[in-house]
Design a protein around this ligand. Structure first.
Ligand SMILES: Cc1cc2nc3c(=O)[nH]c(=O)nc-3n(C[C@H](O)[C@H](O)[C@H](O)COP(=O)(O)O)c2cc1C
Length: 176
């Protein structure tokens, strides 16, 4: 697929078929995430894919959006301690690069899912404690984002609601 077409096809899907997601497709999404860039190549992530129906039901109830109760699978993106050097660099710069790294990896996952004909929805709103417990995530880690995953109930691609290019870019100097 032409890259920009793929980017346009990726959209937040909030209604899914009950059809299970094949693991070979999930593996390619994970491979896309694995190849994502990260500060100091620290790769401060782990992915836990939940496709066991009882577990998925539990995770669905740990979300604050109703639609998550009808999602066939989830991928949890977990923030790991990462490398001391990138944590130090981030601390000196006053930011946690791991959040950027995880965001990029999560989007790689979602774009590959779109390529596979799967729908995704990034979920920032969920009960951290419940999700960690359900997935057996050890202390010191954080489930940064959940990705709802499955076959979309509706194949229509919505028009993207985004700022115009004129409101987001300039060359050589801020604003314009
Ligand atoms: C960090 C992050 C957290 C998000 N959390 C939620 C969420 O909790 N619930 C939800 O329905 N959508 C969530 N979204 C999806 C956004 O609402 C969505 O990406 C945005 O509205 C643009 O729409 P599109 O993805 O269909 O292009 C999240 C997206 C991001 C990047």
């Amino acid at each position: 697929m032409i890259f920009l077409d793929l980017v346009r096809r990726r959209q937040s899907v909030r209604q899914y078929l009950s059809r299970p997601v094949e693991r070979d497709k999930v593996e390619r999404c994970l491979e896309a995430a694995r190849l994502a860039p990260s500060a100091s190549n620290a790769q401060p992530w782990r992915f836990v894919v939940a496709d066991d129906p009882a577990l998925v039901r539990g995770l669905g109830r740990a979300g604050y959006n109703r639609f998550t109760r009808e999602v066939p699978a989830f991928a949890a993106v977990i923030r790991e301690p990462g490398k001391a050097v990138s944590r130090l660099g981030g601390w000196l710069a006053g930011r946690d690069y791991r959040l950027i790294d995880l965001g990029i990896a999560a989007e790689h996952f979602c774009l590959q899912a779109a390529e596979e004909g799967l729908g995704t929805c990034l979920l920032g709103l969920f009960n951290q404690r419940r999700v960690k417990k359900l997935l057996g995530v050890p202390p010191g880690r954080r489930v940064q984002i959940l990705i709802a995953l499955g076959y979309p109930a509706d194949s229509q691609i919505r028009e993207k609601r985004r700022k115009d290019l004129d409101r987001m870019r300039s060359y050589n100097r801020y604003g314009g």
